[in-house]
Ligand binder design. Structure first.
Ligand code: COA
Length: 259
């Protein structure tokens, strides 16, 4: 069986490739753990000077595995959940992070991009933040980071309506650097990561730190608040209806719910 997260170090670039195309690269607990291990390695291994994150040519990442949402795997009390560890690490990793996106990037598939330093996308990219459609709330501090980049009204549109948007719109919004042909997305992101890997490492990492440090505490606080609401909503009848609807391939019916 091939690895669901392919991890490979070459020329100072640690590649983390999401590789579960039959389930549209939806992330399971194990996959979050492996992505977390990769990000931890990025910061502890001096041979890593940049990180490249990409998916499969047809799909970047369909978000959290919805089956895991319906039947959450048990957690050891006091232990950080792999998803929370991944989000903590992607928001704090010292090494520069370059992403290449083709195909769908849904939920955390989009919110993780807000933590990347450079993002390239192909015309096939379809980003989407359907948390509300699933009876959930956004995560990854995206309720802080997205309005900071795109403004309140556009963030509200993307979160509350949850419609997909393409790479051109993502560039216009400021969450993707450039659109390149699909077949060149990974090589463009890799070439950029190699360029970063060849630069003075302390200067690169200090600059990344300075770009983020003004909001680092606010990001951690927002993530904690989102995680609390997310866990509560995940146990709600609203999410139960939305997740059952996805499994049964029918539209959800929220008409019976009152807040
Ligand atoms: N979790 C678990 N399985 C998922 C999944 C997810 N997030 N997204 C897709 N899959 C699975 C489907 O259940 C299906 O499995 P099956 O072949 O065993 O029935 C397979 O991946 C293919 O999905 P399908 O919907 O037929 O693919 P598509 O190419 O037509 O559409 C997406 C791709 C990503 C647009 C669509 O799958 C989708 O919207 N997925 C849900 C995304 C989502 O809401 N994520 C959570 C965000 S918080």
């Amino acid at each position: 069986m091939s690895a669901e997260i392919v991890t490979e170090l070459a020329d100072g670039v640690l590649r983390l490739a999401i590789n579960r195309p039959d389930k549209r690269n939806a992330l399971t607990v194990d996959m979050y753990a492996q992505l977390g291990d990769g990000l931890e390695r990025a910061d502890t291994d001096p041979a890593v000077r940049a990180v490249l994150l990409h998916g499969h040519q047809r799909v970047f990442c369909a978000g959290n595995d919805l089956a895991d949402f319906r039947n959450p795997p048990p957690v050891t009390p006091g232990e950080e959940r792999p998803v929370h560890r991944f989000l903590r690490l992607i928001s704090t990793v010292r090494k520069p992070l370059v992403a290449g996106v083709t195909g769908s990037a849904v939920g955390v598939g989009t919110t993780m991009l807000l933590h990347c330093d450079l993002v390239y996308a192909g015309p096939s990219a379809r980003l989407q933040l359907p948390f509300v459609n699933l009876g959930l709330v956004p995560e990854a501090a995206s309720t802080l980071l997205l309005p900071a980049v795109v403004g309140h009204q556009r963030a509200a549109e993307l979160f509350l309506l949850g419609e997909p948007f393409d790479a051109d719109r993502a560039v216009a919004l400021g969450i993707v650097n450039a659109v390149v042909p699909d077949e060149q997305v990974v090589e463009t992101a890799l070439a950029t990561a190699r360029t970063l890997a060849a630069k003075a490492p302390a200067a690169v990492q200090l600059t990344k730190r300075l770009l983020r440090q003004g909001r680092a505490e606010a990001v951690a606080r927002q993530m904690a608040a989102e995680n609390e609401h997310f866990s509560a909503q995940l146990r709600s009848p609203e999410a139960a209806e939305a997740l059952a609807a996805f499994a049964e391939r029918r539209p959800p019916d929220f008409s019976a719910f009152h807040e």
